[in-house]
Design a protein around this ligand. Sequence first.
Ligand code: GLV
Ligand code: GLV
Length: 334
Amino acid sequence: MKSVKPTIYVTRRIPQAGLDVLATAFEIEVNPHDRVATREELIAGVKGKDALLCLLTDKVDAAVMDAAGPRLKVIANYAVGFNNVDVGAATVRGICVTNTPGVLTDTTADLAFALLMATARRVVEADRFMRAGEYKGWGPMLFLGQDIHHKTLGIVGLGRIGQAVAERAAGFHMRILYTSSGRARAPKEVERRCNAEHRELADLLRESDFISLHVPLTESTYHLISDEEFDLMKRTAILVNTSRGPVVDEKALVRALKAGKIAGAGLDVYEREPECEPELRELDNVVMVPHIASASVETRTRMATMAAQNAVAVIRGEIPPNLVNPEVWKKRAR
Ligand code: GLV
Ligand code: GLV
């Protein structure tokens, strides 16, 4: 007999807690391979489904939505960033798009700070040195890095994650500047709580010792940091990126690092993941991790539950808690 339960395609195995929530409302099909679904697999998987739970590594565009067919009501993205989904195309088709904001805020801020500290104090380079058996005794000039405390931190994008980074920086007595990159200035209350002064981007780049990026990837933040911006930075500056790779012009970053225009970079994201500019791997003043900002057991579990709850809500006819395109709901109500 044909199942009466709505169906969902999950593009890759997520923590069980999320699948348990989905099971309350859906017949679940999970991509059986532990890797990113190919475009063909994605299209075949979503065909005829009522819902899609996807990852930031899945490009969900109009063609995928059309391949799914008219039953598709919700695209639940397992990420806070949703640049991988064509939200406009979903809206015109009456499909809800949801994300997982909030739960990964502190976890991402922790990693941004870890990268900042590891780069400034050359932790990874020193670890490699130790493992290579090169340590011959304490030295006055061995692995001199840069202080973090009492330095100036420039936060590009004072949203939830940017604010959480500012809270951490307070413990290091850092001076905090921020820019909202096109968006409105942060509310006075946020500026006060974060002890952050507003600057135009160019001024922030000139004045900061550390620059940490916390903007979403949009047309206006694509290559926000390129040659011209590196030229403005201090030669001792360290850039930290835990946002999205294409916010930084990666070739320009390599040029800046090689020319000594800046002192270092701590990177979680890359312009063409899983690729990165090969020269980055050769540079000792770069600390690189593979897009793990939200990768704690607790946070990934919460993200799974949240993405699942969003999908379940839509299927039950309720407004999902994290709807990215609220216009769609008004359209449905008419
Ligand atoms: C991670 O990069 C996310 O957007 O959740
Ligand atoms: C994510 O939580 C953000 O900073 O918008």
